[in-house]
Ligand binder design. Sequence first.
Ligand code: DOR
Ligand code: ZN
Length: 422
Amino acid sequence: MKYVIKNGSVVFSDGVRPCDILVEDGKIAKIGENLPAEGEVIDAEGLHIFPGLIDMHVHLREPGYEGKEDIESGSKAAVAGGFTQVCCMPNTNPVNDNAVVTTYIKYRAEKVNLCKVNPIGSITKGEKGEELAEIGKMAAAGAVAISDDGRSVMDSKIMRLAMEYANDFNIKCLCHCEDENLVDGGVVNEGLNSTITGLKGSLRAAEDIMIAREIALSESLDIPVHICHVSTYSGVEIIRSAKARGVKVTAESCPHYFWLTDDVIRDFDTNTKVNPPIREEKDRQAIIAGLMDGTLDCIVTDHAPHGKKDKQVEYSLAAFGISGIETSFSLSYTMLVKEGEMTLSQLAERMSAAPARILGLEGGKIEEGGVADLTIADLAAKYVIDGEKFVSKGKNTPFNGTEVYGRVAYTIVDGDIKYSAK
Ligand code: DOR
Ligand code: ZN
């Protein structure tokens, strides 16, 4: 199988250049100007070609919560959002805390055959924080990382052991950082807006304390660690100073943290309820600054699809989470590149190269001989977000009515067109 993508602007790590790309047998066979038309031609006139986007933090809900999402609907949503590869969190039912569940997820994803799906195993059995899961067996079955995402591992000794085991098996710990005692049932950021609404707040410190602990463990043990969905300005600062002294810490944030402030909770829209909570303007600004200077290595969605019955209840009872995989590219492009200072190459670094590097996944760059995982987008295309039109089963977005730029035109995985907007 052979085809040429012609007339597009290719987003390389060092800049954007007009180039044609010859795809052959799932690989990028040649990159150059005016390549002869071999086989079929995809006309990418006016379009930008990115290395296939990678989302290293999603919830696909299968097994167990297929009403919210399943591997098929989640994969369809992923390719519609421009993602060629995702890593799915283990808070399923049963929890992915053993090699059987890990194997099942890989098997289902291969049957669905849309984007690449990399399972993340849990750190502790049942994500209960008490006893280590079968880390080695899950790694052998294909888990690319471990995480108790959705919850923190409150026992520091267990976290230490988890980091050591993960390191022995050459995978990373992805840490959900919230001190559960300090959160104490909080559902929004603690501040003026929690007072105005009467909703129970959660302090920044709940997140920062755990970020600092994971960094302390990583530094003492000299083992790399990754911090999930950073939401606080102070957390960004803790990570920045740790990086400056050489700690092997990497970190991620999500579009909702660099688009929104907790003013959005004032109308009690449960689609704004997410864990950790949306904070204030100085946090939003710090997340953007962190993504600009690389303190925050990558953008993830924390795609957390929920059903109507999970969200159409009073705020304090609603499920935490935002269905984000179909809006991440446009939200990131619009806020950071179009309205911000970020270059397209930096965006590709944050949404593709960095996650590939952090987890040792293939892809992440456009190079001859490399895998043909590509995301082709029309950056000039403007549209208004409407959650009801999502491919995902989760229609829960706080971005309804938001006007964004950047529409995914094609998502190509191993050379196969898995999504086309036409
Ligand atoms: O808001 C969230 N939802 N945060 C998490 O960490 C977990 C996720 C979920 O599973 O719904
Ligand atoms: Zn998550």
